[in-house]
Write a protein of this length. Structure first.
Length: 299
């Protein structure tokens, strides 16, 4: 059977295009500004600790200020803490991924030091919830750009690449431990509200970042070979065919079964609809997957 020309069906973004690189830089810059404004407007106003290496930086600043009488610059401390994870990420995750992450870390540090602190509210609960929402949104923009905000995000991405699972809730657990330590050192109210902040942020990332989530596709079609080629071309995943009889028309049908990453579902469905407008498509969220599964590398 001749291979179908999928050049009109696919709409992959060219990895090395100048437009793509400019888009990544703009997204990283926007995320850095949002991250820094959130630190200066919500985090500092509520005396909360956002978790991750950002929170660890703020915690070290606070320890140095209250116990040693030394004012540490945010950017310098944050750069030092991120040095080792960045080197590991450069070797194991992706070179450009790490370079854009380092750009984000650098810009966040600079913007945090130079942008004015403008508290919007003094209500600690509002700060914890909305600060967490904004924090999670900024992290999601970083991830959308093919980068991270640094620190524990490097660890989360590395573990997700190795285990093919979402690790953000594990990061939340690690942050909770750090915040409990902060509670012992300083104030329990601040630590507990910081956990609310971090929980909110983690849920936003879980909702917006779908790279390591999976969906199962069940496609009933009269063009199984063409559908399989679409899936393979868009996602590099395979598929399995099941033969059956339609209950209504009593005619033979083929069901194509495949598992793809959640962020690929829309592209796959778009291509299937072009190939077979009458295909019946059922998508189901897949919580656990065991076996070989192709995962695109970060770049």
């Amino acid at each position: 059977m001749a291979k179908k020309d999928t050049s009109q069906t696919l709409y992959k973004e060219p990895k090395d295009s100048a437009a793509r690189e400019i888009q990544r830089i703009l997204l990283v810059t926007a995320a850095s500004v949002i991250f820094a404004l959130n630190l200066n407007s919500f985090v500092h106003a509520g005396n909360t600790i956002p978790g991750g290496f950002t929170g660890l930086t703020l915690l070290l600043q606070r320890i140095a200020s209250e116990f040693l009488g030394v004012a540490l610059p945010y950017s310098a401390v944050n750069f030092l803490l991120n040095a080792v994870p960045a080197i590991i990420a450069f070797k194991t995750i992706g070179k450009r991924f790490t370079l854009y992450s380092c750009l984000g870390i650098f810009l966040t540090g600079i913007f945090t030091d130079i942008l004015p602190a403008t508290p919007l509210t003094n209500d600690i609960l509002l700060i914890s919830v909305f600060g967490g929402l904004i924090n999670g949104t900024a992290i999601s923009i970083f991830l959308r750009a093919g980068a991270t905000s640094g620190g524990t995000d490097f660890i989360a991405i590395y573990m997700s690449e190795k285990k093919h699972v979402d690790t953000w809730n594990y990061v939340l657990a690690g942050n909770a431990v750090m915040l409990i330590i902060a509670g012992f050192l300083f104030d329990w109210n601040d630590a507990l509200y910081s956990i609310i902040f971090q929980f909110t942020s983690t849920q936003v990332v879980n909702m917006l970042h779908r790279r390591y989530k999976k969906h199962t596709l069940f496609i009933v079609t009269e063009k199984p070979e063409e559908i399989y080629e679409d899936i393979q071309a868009v996602t590099n995943h395979g598929a399995t065919f099941f033969k059956g009889i339609g209950g209504y028309e009593k005619e033979e049908r083929t069901m194509v079964y495949s598992v793809v990453s959640s962020d690929e579902v829309k592209k796959v469905v778009h291509c299937i609809r072009k190939t077979d407008p009458h295909a019946f498509i059922n998508t189901i969220r897949t919580d656990q997957l065991d076996g070989r599964f192709f995962q695109r590398k970060n770049d």
